[in-house]
Design a protein around this ligand. Structure first.
Ligand code: FAD
Length: 384
């Protein structure tokens, strides 16, 4: 453990109260207004939530993977849009820097990310490079001491409020796939960057996503994440970042499943049909039991994989197993939750209808379920 048991316990209890007393009461408002109140963001800053995974030396809480997953599981108990605000600074927006950044880059950016003063976004996906993320077309052409970026990044989380983009661009057009790609740290105010309009999404209102367009955007060669030594090695950074990110999303899925189960159980014990609470019907009980068993299984997987990662084991296969199982699992749990609620589950007054839409995203981003399957099988064949 990076934190002693007492400190971690305190953090988790504080988070639980924050979720139940502050965030859950705001869920409907956030969904309606597609906006997280500024005061909530300030509270998150004060609690250190933007820097949970950033090392203490750079002003963060320095949580290890298991601790991060335990904290994210608590946050998952409310609308995932709240988690999304701090998600990139703790995950894909910062971890590339933490793992591969130069000391100078880390000192420059990480303290501001940890405090929430700046928001980091991860810009990998493109219109023609989604699951095939190594096929990025965004080019970074060397021009003296600079690189000139051209291309479009698609569906970038927190881009509308980002100050820093980790941009994956092709520095070596002769290398196929991910091998000729470098990661660049690009300030959002750099001339040549423009943002698309925020997308209207199926769920997770309050979390914002847009395209980021680079037109002759000139950055110094020192902007290469990790410095000159990591030229053409940015794709490796992206994949390492995603290993941890996939565990984070899996923990989030477990947290959401816990909430969906509690909502379903409460409803089933109160709603009466045929003269008794519907929780007494064995067919309803089967749905509750399946949801509990599957959530428990996902939780055990996430805890095991995160402990192994903290112990230094390679976890690429396990992280994909967790992401695949936990995100598909929460989809089933959300579907059952709506079913247990009957007609009420289709109505906006009940949180399960909103959560049903919110959790759909987990099976798509940071690698779709099909991509997790291909990673798992590819690694199995490689290791055979
Ligand atoms: C709300 C949201 C936020 C996002 N945030 C970010 C972000 O911050 N940064 C970022 O870089 N990206 C982000 N993304 C992009 C996300 O990671 C991609 O959408 C995702 O990886 C899938 O790519 P795609 O949409 O191009 O789908 P495609 O790759 O076109 O896939 C379409 C379908 O084909 C399947 N498929 C594709 N290839 C294979 C294969 N080899 N075998 C089997 N099936 C396959 C997929 O599983 C899927 O079912 C975000 C997306 C969304 C929706």
């Amino acid at each position: 453990m990076a934190l002693d048991a007492e400190t971690l316990g305190q953090l988790l209890r504080t988070l639980e109260s924050f979720v139940s007393e502050r965030l859950i009461p705001l869920e409907a408002q956030v969904a309606e207004q597609d906006r997280i109140p500024a005061e909530v963001i300030e509270d998150m800053k004060a609690m250190g939530l933007f820097g949970m995974t950033i090392p203490e030396a750079y002003g963060g809480l320095g949580l290890n993977t298991e601790e991060e997953c335990r904290a994210v599981r608590v946050l998952g108990y409310t609308s995932p849009a709240f988690r999304s605000v701090i998600g990139t600074n703790n995950g894909i927006g910062s971890q590339g820097l933490v793992m591969d950044g130069t000391e100078e880059q880390k000192n420059h950016y990480l303290p501001k990310m940890a405090s929430g003063e700046i928001i980091g976004s991860f810009a990998l996906t493109e219109p023609d490079a989604g699951s095939d993320s190594g096929a990025v077309k965004t080019s970074a052409r060397r021009d003296g001491d600079c690189f000139v970026l051209n291309g479009t990044k698609r569906y970038i989380t927190n881009a509308p409020s980002a100050h820093l983009f980790t941009v994956f661009a092709r520095t070596n057009p002769d290398q196929p796939g991910g091998r000729g790609v470098s990661a660049f740290l690009v300030d959002a105010s750099t001339p040549g960057i423009s943002l698309g309009k925020p997308y209207k999404k199926m769920g997770q209102q309050g979390a914002h996503v847009c395209d980021v367009i680079f037109e002759d955007c000139r950055v110094p060669a020192t902007a290469i994440l990790g410095g000159a030594a990591r030229l053409d090695k940015g794709f490796e950074t992206a994949m390492k970042t995603l290993d941890r990110g996939r565990l984070h999303i899996s923990a989030l899925a477990v947290g959401c499943a816990n909430r969906l189960i509690d909502e379903s159980l409460r409803f089933a014990m109160n709603r009466k049909q045929f003269g008794q609470p519907i929780a007494q019907f064995q067919l309803v009980q089967a749905m509750l039991a399946d949801s509990r068993a599957e959530t428990y299984a996902a939780d055990c997987m996430v805890m095991d994989a995160s402990r192994r990662r903290d112990a230094g084991e390679p976890v690429s296969t396990l992280a994909s197993c967790c992401k695949l199982f936990a995100t598909e699992m929460v989809g089933r749990v959300a579907d059952r939750a709506v079913q247990i609620h009957g007609g009420a589950g289709y109505m906006e007054e009940y949180p399960v209808s909103r959560l049903f839409r919110d959790v759909r995203l987990f099976r798509i981003y940071e690698g779709t379920s099909q991509i997790q399957q291909t990673i798992i099988a590819r690694n199995m064949i490689r290791d055979a």
